[in-house]
Design a protein around this ligand. Structure first.
Ligand SMILES: Cc1ncc(COP(=O)(O)O)c(CNc2cc3ccccc3n(O)c2=O)c1O
Length: 424
């Protein structure tokens, strides 16, 4: 694939930052190297020596002085070698990306949000048509909306993005337009294939194959935003777009936020080296790198666990959310029947409620429900035009207990009944 058409002028103008290349050289050189090059602080001036973190299973992670010094010092933008290698091996093991003529590359980011932002800021030129799943994660909207482009919604249902609607949307153009630099044919499709935010939906393999073949036909890059991949409720995992990527047109965004820690801010982007390199150049002059301490801590746990231990943990996490989901559905059945509709999530942590007899949920949720001590997210924040009325509400079942979910839904039900009786 030739990626030039996908990058905007800003991204094509980016070059590796010399001081960050230096960091990489120093990091990968033998101890014998005498460096008077890098503007790195001397770790002897840092007040930290060692740290021990106790895990829930009683085991202890010990960062000795050497590990502490390494994690407290600048390191390569691509990631601390131990973590970078582990995640690269994980991608190969889990997704088995086909050989597409481009080496698969990874870069560690400050959460997957950081990677998403870099991708939109690399691919989107003002005036572009950008295809996004709809409704969609507000963090994606916040990244792409200011880029002065035209957002094209791709409708979704319980099985994720609808390939038919994608085909219809693309039928405004001919595949040949992808070869015409003056055409405004879309170049990027953003989607959340598993445990969708806000819908809880999951793309079936069949749909992924249909979507991938449309992407081939119209020469689209697919941004596979997949923080809930490991918290799909069913096993085996539905294969990812990365595992279908025979062309090198998939950029995948993973996150450890929903698995190990959201506050440590570690995600990773995986894709063809020419694409990941351009994101890395941007990271070199934005954050320079993800937190060294976060990377070292997570690298030590993951190395100790290995893939089997990691998958054992992610299976447990998926089970946790599946149980929470069952409790949430039971509470919805008990309190919201006849007042709202929903589909059963297949992963993640969200239930997408369609409030019946309500045209716009915004006021009801942000004011009236809040005054009754319950908080949901009004559906308009997940839509491209948040000023338009939206009768949907996102409920998260990740932190509230079963009892709290019942209380929250019963208060919402009371409110809905009052609203309905006011109308009659
Ligand atoms: C589809 C999709 N892609 C990327 C991300 C970002 O993950 P990270 O940067 O790797 O941590 C997310 C995180 N989603 C949310 C985060 C959040 C944080 C504070 C408060 C509320 C939040 N709500 O509501 C969210 O949905 C996501 O759902």
């Amino acid at each position: 694939m030739n990626y030039t058409r996908f990058f905007n002028k800003v991204s094509l103008a980016r070059k590796p930052s010399p001081i960050r290349v230096l960091t990489e050289i120093i990091q990968n050189s033998p101890k014998s190297l005498i460096s008077m090059a890098g503007g790195m602080p001397n770790v002897e001036t840092f007040p930290f020596t060692e740290a021990t973190i106790t895990l829930k299973n009683g085991s202890k992670l010990h960062l000795d002085q050497a590990a502490m010094n390494k994690s407290l010092q600048y390191s390569a933008t691509s990631g601390l070698p131990m973590l970078h290698q582990w995640v690269s091996d994980l991608q190969t093991q889990i997704h088995k990306p086909p050989d597409n003529g481009h080496p698969m590359s990874c870069v560690i980011t400050n959460g997957s949000q950081d990677g998403l932002c870099k991708a939109f800021e690399a691919f989107v030129t003002p005036g572009d048509n950008v295809l996004l799943e709809h409704p969609v994660y507000p963090g994606a909207l916040a990244s792409v909306s200011p880029l002065d482009c035209n957002l094209l919604p791709v409708h979704s249902d319980g099985d994720g993005i609808n390939p038919e609607h994608l085909r219809q949307t693309l039928s405004r153009w001919s595949p040949a337009d992808a070869k015409d630099p003056s055409s405004d044919i879309p170049k990027v499709l953003y989607c959340i294939p598993n445990g969708g935010n806000p819908t809880g939906s999951g793309l079936t393999l069949k749909r992924k194959q249909e979507i991938y073949s449309l992407a081939r036909q119209y020469d689209l890059m697919i941004l596979e935003d997949d923080p809930y991949f490991y918290i799909q409720f069913a096993r085996p995992f539905v294969p990812s777009f990365l595992s279908l990527d025979v062309d090198g047109r998939v950029v995948r965004f993973d996150s450890l936020s929903k698995l190990l820690s959201s506050g440590m801010r570690i995600g990773f982007v995986t894709g063809p080296k020419p694409v990941v390199d351009r994101f890395t150049y941007h990271l070199m002059c934005s954050s320079m790198q993800a937190s060294g301490l976060s990377q070292m801590t997570l690298a030590m746990i993951l190395k100790d666990w290995g893939f089997p231990g990691f998958l054992e943990h992610t299976d447990k996490t998926a089970k946790f959310y599946e149980n929470r989901c069952q409790q949430c559905l039971k509470a919805a059945e008990k309190h919201l029947k006849g007042l709202a509709e929903w589909s059963v999530p297949c992963g993640g942590m969200f239930l997408w409620l369609k409030l019946l007899n309500i045209t716009d949920a915004h006021e009801l949720i942000t004011k009236k429900a809040y005054l009754r001590d319950v908080l949901f997210v009004p559906g308009n924040v997940f839509t491209f035009d948040s000023s338009a009325p939206c009768q949907y509400v996102r409920a998260s079942f990740s932190t509230a207990s079963e009892e709290e979910m019942n209380t929250a839904f019963s208060r919402l039900a009371e409110l809905l009944k009052e609203e309905t009786s006011k109308k009659n």
